[in-house]
Design a binder for this molecule. Structure first.
Ligand SMILES: Cc1ncc(COP(=O)(O)O)c(C=O)c1O
Length: 433
């Protein structure tokens, strides 16, 4: 389907918030002449008017776009309109060439690392990452002959000395889930560019960043020299907690390989999940984030002044150990400081088993109105959890504890409720510990 709209001159100067609402003014995926809301397409297969057109579709797939004829749709798992429009808008939001959506954040992460790595090559990860990502790196990649090393990415010298001739991928989250450590993306990219200068193109190391916590509203890793960005769309971008999804934003040179991978491994985002993200999630992201952030700031201030709290890690308050780095790299596209919606805190006099933290969170789960005990994040509802024994249970206990993910540590994802209600619910739980 071709567009019947010429590219609007005003699109070029539009801000991120506006672009996430309107998308591209021309899209090969749909004609916008009669639509304000993009359609939810729902067709596993597409009708073709000739074998020649079918052959054309197969021939075009995962090859550079042939502008001489319209896009040919064949089958949902290859390409389809609603997901295609979402991909265009996500690439635009991150400032990347191209985006491909997957059935979950983990499908996106496993997709990009498998595309970039083969037997005998290696990945280096920051030592704390989301639990399932850690499990992917330790349980699965080694089975395929891919080496995985962990290092402290906050220390460029440690990173430099971990790089070996087999290294092809550097992987991290920033802020790190759940302890909110920030990795200096420019410093990592500088180390990697230095190493790459002495390597052939085929040996090049690529930096992959999971930008799920921050979202493109708070930081755009490609601006700092990062090569590939991935997200769990289930979180801030999806925003409403109704669908699971993931995306990889990459340079054009990787697109065809990733398309082939996705076709053959099969983990595509369903058009229905893509539609919700395209119509509700992405267009409301900037507005939701502005409100999440305001709340996170109030909650972080409340916690940092509470006598029963040992430590609050929120990049938006001055006591945050990497406040200067937060101010450097966590900015919205207009340059405003955007420290995000996530915080992590530890209660005073915590016991080694983390029972105090569990008691606090259990009290919230059973009594609070505005806060739910649930994993996931970035949604309109405020969510609380204990990462040590929940989202990060796959990491070895001593490894977690060494890097600040302690038993009883609490992760909070701020939603759209009135911040006073969230503070009141936390305050009630403080009274019982
Ligand atoms: C930072 C981060 N990356 C990736 C994922 C995986 O996303 P999904 O649950 O959509 O597979 C998660 C899930 O919690 C996450 O927190």
């Amino acid at each position: 389907m071709s567009s019947n709209r010429e590219r609007q001159p005003s699109e070029k100067r539009a801000h991120l918030r506006t672009r996430m609402i309107h998308g591209l003014s021309t899209s090969q995926h749909w004609e916008y002449g009669h639509h304000v809301v993009p359609p939810m397409t729902s067709s596993a297969t597409f009708r073709l008017d000739s074998v020649a057109r079918g052959a054309q579709g197969f021939n075009d797939f995962a090859h550079d776009a042939d502008e001489s004829h319209d896009l040919v749709y064949i089958y949902d798992r290859l390409d389809e309109p609603t997901r295609g429009m979402l991909e265009e808008n996500l690439a635009s939001a991150e400032g990347g060439d191209s985006a491909l959506c997957f059935s979950s954040g983990m499908a996106a992460i496993s997709g990009i690392v498998q595309c970039l790595l083969q037997q005998g090559e290696g990945l280096i990860s920051h030592h704390v990452v989301y639990g399932c990502t850690y499990s992917l790196f330790t349980n699965w990649l080694p089975r395929y002959g891919i080496g995985v090393d962990f290092t402290d990415m906050t220390n460029p010298d440690a990173l430099r000395s971990s790089i070996s001739p087999r290294t092809r991928v550097i992987y991290f989250e920033t802020p790190v889930n759940p302890d909110m450590t920030l990795i200096d993306m420019e410093a990592v990219s500088d180390v990697v560019s230095d190493v790459n200068r002495k390597r052939d193109e085929s040996q090049r190391i690529r930096v992959v960043v999971d930008n799920t916590f921050a979202t493109p509203v708070c930081q755009r890793p490609l601006e700092f020299g990062v090569d590939v960005v991935c997200h769990s769309l289930t979180k801030g971008i999806g925003g409403f907690g109704t669908d699971i999804g993931g995306v990889v934003v990459m340079p054009n040179e990787l697109r065809n390989r990733m398309l082939l991978y996705r076709k053959d491994f099969g983990g595509v985002l369903s058009p229905k999940a893509a539609w919700a993200t395209l119509v509700y999630g992405l267009p409301s992201l900037a507005t939701r984030m502005a409100n999440y952030q305001k709340t996170a700031h109030h909650v972080a201030k409340y916690l940092s002044q509470h006598p029963k709290v040992e430590k609050v890690l929120y990049p938006g308050i001055e006591s945050f150990p990497q406040f200067a780095l937060a101010k450097k790299q966590m900015r919205d596209p207009k340059g405003r400081f955007s420290p995000g919606s996530m915080l992590y805190f530890i209660l005073k006099d915590a016991d080694p088993e983390g029972k105090k933290g569990s008691r606090f969170v259990d009290h919230v789960a059973q009594n609070a109105y505005s806060i739910s005990l649930a994993v996931s994040l970035g949604q309109i509802k405020t969510l609380i959890e204990c990462p040590f024994n929940m989202t990060h249970s796959s990491l070895p206990p001593e490894e977690k504890a060494r890097h600040g993910v302690v038993p009883g540590g609490i992760r909070l994802s701020c939603g759209l409720e009135d911040w006073e209600d969230i503070v009141a619910d936390l305050d009630e739980a403080m009274k019982i510990i």
